[in-house]
Design a protein around this ligand. Structure first.
Ligand code: NAG
Length: 299
């Protein structure tokens, strides 16, 4: 039984399409090889890529911390990374994981993990900078021990909103409020950065608890990086992963928003685990609250 020639050519056409899709998505949605996606940028050997590129570790001792950055620049994306934070007594240490553009009017989307004494809770600190201006901190405790296992920390960044998620649960949404005069990050491509450093002048109980160097080196670990994103090439063109736009019921990440279930989950986190919200800090802004607080970032 032989295929007719037309069947054969349809089959080979399908294969061609499939391999095109696969190779395109490899370019823009590379599921995690740290050698391929990142450079260790500082720390003189304290940052390491291990297990054939499947694992990355940063460490900190009294002499230095360490850090890495993405090779790619992204303009919008859905970016996931699994982190396992410094265990035990991590007081005074900060593990920063963020997206940032360059220059004095840079944009930035931050996760920062503030360490603590053994058994005391980490603080997950978040911030959004647009055109050089931040001051939009929200802080959370986590509902698990972030040092015991890897957990997924995600940033969805599209032209309408920025959503911070932890293990798929949204914890914070920063909406585009340009219509009321708030600059929104949407023109400057960003790289992914991470670093482990000493910040014992402010990190733990506001700087009261200092780093105990007898526990050094401190180590944080990273795995399973995934970026469904628009990647800027050196020519300045941007190419987006196939999942950016979707023809099926779920719209692609470029238009994604929180459905009512996820809004409820975010409310649950904010009610139970949020410990600081700049939009609720009236003392801090005697001249008037930031305009975005009046609308949708209030929660
Ligand atoms: C550390 O633990 C103390 C005591 O539970 C807590 O007040 C503080 O928020 C925790 N986190 C940091 C980073 O200080």
């Amino acid at each position: 039984m032989a295929f007719s020639s037309s069947t054969t050519s349809i089959v080979s056409l399908l294969f061609l399409c499939l391999s095109l899709v696969v190779s395109t998505s490899l370019v823009v949605s590379a599921a995690g090889n740290f050698y391929q996606d990142f450079d260790i940028t500082w720390g003189d050997g304290r940052g390491k890529i291990l297990n054939n590129g499947q694992l990355l570790t940063l460490s900190l001792d009294k002499a230095s911390g360490s850090g890495f950055q993405s090779k790619n620049e992204y303009l919008f994306g859905k970016i996931d990374m699994q982190l396992k934070l410094v265990p035990g007594n991590s007081a005074g240490t900060v593990t920063a994981y963020y997206l940032s553009s360059l220059g004095p009017t840079h944009d930035e989307i931050d996760f920062e993990f503030l360490g603590n004494l053994s058994g005391d809770p980490y603080i997950l600190h978040t911030n959004v900078f647009s055109q050089g201006k931040g001051n939009r901190e929200q802080q959370f405790y986590l509902w698990f021990d972030p040092t015991a296992d890897f957990h997924t920390y995600s940033i969805l960044w599209n032209p309408q909103r920025i959503i911070f998620s932890v293990d798929g649960t949204p914890i914070r949404e920063f909406k585009n409020s340009e219509s009321i005069g708030v600059p929104y990050p949407k023109n400057q491509p960003m790289r992914i950065y991470s670093s482990l450093w000493n910040a014992d002048d402010w990190a733990t109980r506001g700087g009261l608890i200092k780093t105990d160097w007898s526990h050094a080196p401190f180590t944080a670990s990273y795995q399973n990086f995934n970026a469904d994103a628009c990647v800027r090439s050196s020519s300045g063109a941007s190419s987006c992963s196939s999942s950016a736009q979707s023809t099926t019921t779920n719209s692609g990440w470029l238009n994604q928003e929180l459905d009512s279930t996820n809004q409820e989950r975010m409310k649950w986190v904010q009610k139970n685990y949020m410990i600081y919200n700049y939009c609720a800090d009236t003392k801090r802004f005697p001249q008037g609250m930031p305009p975005e607080c009046a609308t949708t970032n209030l929660s």
